[in-house]
Design a protein around this ligand. Sequence first.
Ligand code: NAD
Length: 336
Amino acid sequence: MKVAVVGYGTIGKRVADAVAAQDDMKLVGVFKTTPDYGAILAARRGYRIYAPDDRRENFRKAGVEVWGGLADLISEADIVVDATPDGVGAENKGLYVKAGRPAIFQGGEEADVAEVSFNALANFESAVGKRFVRVVSCNTTGISRVLSALRLNGLGIRKARIFIARRGADPREYKKGPINDVVPNPATIPSHHGPDAKTVLGDVDIVTVAVAVPVTIMHMHMAYIELDDTPSRERVIDALASTPRILLFDVKAGYNSLAQIVEWARDMGRPRGDIWEVAVISDSVTVNGRELYLMYGVHQEAVVVPENIDAIRAVGRLADKWTSIEKTDKALGIIA
Ligand code: NAD
């Protein structure tokens, strides 16, 4: 399947690399609006760069060859992954409709940009054969994976209350904050993450509360989940450990903080230090009757990347849910 990536920032460049790593997909090119270091490095990776017609000269001056404009890129692809800033995907949608190409949008778009919102563990099947699919945001992906892990292992959920410490900015976003504050983000409750999780999990009683903190590395979620049953702690740990894209990190092994989990990823030689999995602090998993408590980190830059690959396979009917998840994870080096 020939894939175009439109919007080559934090998410787009990672999705482009992930597409290039699959044996059933081919990256036809990426659309860049500015001839910055991102464009130069993408060209150096061998990716074909497409750019707005009126900026081609700027790209040429920067030494970046341009293969065409946005319409050219869309027409050369079987499917588009749109990873542009919040709201731009909805503006671009008309181009995809006009060209008759399916598209995958990101979580910064409103849910109604697509026919279905997507998380591979939660609702892969709902996206099969659809034309427009939206991969939910990083925080919603984290929530969806943890709650799906419980459900897939027979642990029914009565309600979930999830408190989120959101990273203030991505590492390269030098103008964002806060730098010395804790900001209710949003101040209203529930934050949008709970309602968003329902777009992939269906009917679940969930409330989320979020603050932004002066951190760039990861989000941290503190979850309180009320279960239908009273499982042992071991059963919950087994459920999390046996679910793809969830990893357990033990304080006793030295993982005292998210920074040390990030260090693990860097020491593992992962590209950009990416953590595609939800990182559960295993010591935090506490069961008290029906009450389950846990804390987990979500690497906002990486966690949605495998979901985009599975969304492409669902739309293209390239594989079933578990085959796709396994294939994606193997190609990326995600730990089974
Ligand atoms: P980003 O700003 O890092 O990247 C967006 C890229 O699109 C930039 O390179 C920008 O120059 C380019 N762009 C701007 N206008 C464009 C246009 N009209 N056409 C083509 N390209 C254009 O943004 P991001 O963080 O990668 O976010 C992309 C999407 O992914 C958003 O919906 C966001 O909500 C979602 N998302 C972001 C994160 C995260 O933490 N960064 C996590 C999950 C989902």
